[in-house]
Design a binder for this molecule. Structure first.
Ligand SMILES: NC(=O)c1ccc[n+]([C@@H]2O[C@H](COP(=O)([O-])OP(=O)(O)OC[C@H]3O[C@@H](n4cnc5c(N)ncnc54)[C@H](OP(=O)(O)O)[C@@H]3O)[C@@H](O)[C@H]2O)c1
Length: 310
């Protein structure tokens, strides 16, 4: 597909992050010339691979509003990558997004994109997603064109902090009842985001970036058994029993309560959803969790656990 020069340069924030790097690579692979890309980051030195190609790297920090307007100037489409779980826990994430949206408007950026969350809503039981709903409102009230990419859950963090322990210990504790979650991989998310950033009819749209399947605890358990080749017992609990059980099996104390919160939210339908849009935007099929586990599980089991929010 020919790229309309009027939408360039495209700017991606948070460029040294895992998602942002994948999106920039997807844009380059789809034929965006390096000179048609701006990447902002707090750590420009970490983006040598893109700078060497001719991508413009600019210094920007959403905690320091004074860095943002000049960093965003000239961009025609700007993807704001949402702030970290640590920023959510510190209560600063919405302000970071406010700073970025205000700066983008002051810099005259005509079209803003944002990486949101499943079913973002003020009443969601997934407490971290209220920040995303607030940011969606900011975009809608900004006066610029907007496009919202509601990213469903990546399986990485679940594998790292829950599923690997289930495989190790031979017991999978679940508390999400019959609720569904449509995990999507980070690379499939990045491909959909890149497709939207290059899209012609995306203004004023909210895209559900789900995976290809609606999964219950039972289907995830079956996928873990298949990928590991091990016998794993499935033990179904109530959400208020889950954190203690996960702690016993090795889950980090900071993350165990988050899984309990998520179990409630999954039961209530806040992670349910399914859309074909990711494949239309990306121009390719998505990986299932089973396919993803076949390659990822052996690597994860072979190395020590990461930090709680990695
Ligand atoms: N869908 C999911 O399952 C899921 C799971 C976890 C997180 N998320 C969300 O998706 C985002 C990207 O995930 P990821 O895996 O790429 O995270 P990551 O690798 O940890 O990267 C963190 C990102 O946040 C940016 N950032 C942090 N503080 C910033 C600040 N003060 N100003 C500007 N940018 C800042 C970083 O940019 P620089 O370091 O380059 O400045 C980087 O892009 C997360 O931040 C979070 O909002 C989604």
């Amino acid at each position: 597909m020919a790229i309309d020069p009027a939408i360039l340069p495209i700017l991606v924030t948070g460029g040294s992050g895992k998602l942002a790097r994948l999106i920039v690579r997807e844009l380059l692979v789809r034929g965006v010339p390096p000179a048609g890309l701006i990447v902002t980051t707090r750590t420009p030195k970490r983006l040598g691979e893109f700078a060497a190609l001719g991508v413009e790297i600019r210094d920007a920090d959403n905690d320091r509003p004074e860095t943002l307007v000049e960093a965003f100037r000239g961009a025609k489409r700007l993807l704001l990558v949402s702030g970290t779980p640590e920023a959510f826990l510190a209560g600063v994430r919405v302000q970071q997004h406010r700073n970025a949206v205000d700066a983008a408007i002051a810099a005259g950026v005509p079209h803003l994109f944002y990486t949101s969350a499943p079913n973002a809503d003020p009443n969601t039981a997934a407490d971290a997603h209220v920040d995303h709903w607030k940011t969606e409102q900011m975009l809608k009230e900004s006066g610029a064109d907007w496009t919202i990419m509601r990213h469903w859950e990546w399986p990485d963090w679940h594998l790292e902090h829950h599923w690997r322990h289930a495989v190790d210990r031979g017991v999978y504790y679940a508390a999400s009842g019959d609720g569904c979650i449509a995990h999507v991989t980070r690379p499939d998310t990045a491909a959909a985001d890149a497709g939207a950033l290059l899209g012609t009819d995306v203004a004023g749209k909210t895209f559900d970036i789900t995976g290809p399947e609606r999964l219950t605890a039972r289907t995830i358990h079956a996928a873990l058994c298949r990928a590991s080749g091990r016998k794993i017992e499935l033990v179904e609990l109530e959400p208020d029993e889950l954190a203690a059980k996960l702690l016993e099996t090795g889950t980090h104390p900071d993350t165990a309560p988050v899984f309990a919160m998520m179990a409630t939210a999954i039961r209530e339908g806040w992670y349910d959803g399914f859309s074909e849009d990711p494949e239309v935007l990306a121009g390719r099929t998505r990986e299932t969790v089973g396919e993803w586990l076949a390659s990822e599980l052996p690597m994860v089991l072979a190395r020590p656990p990461l930090g709680p929010w990695d």
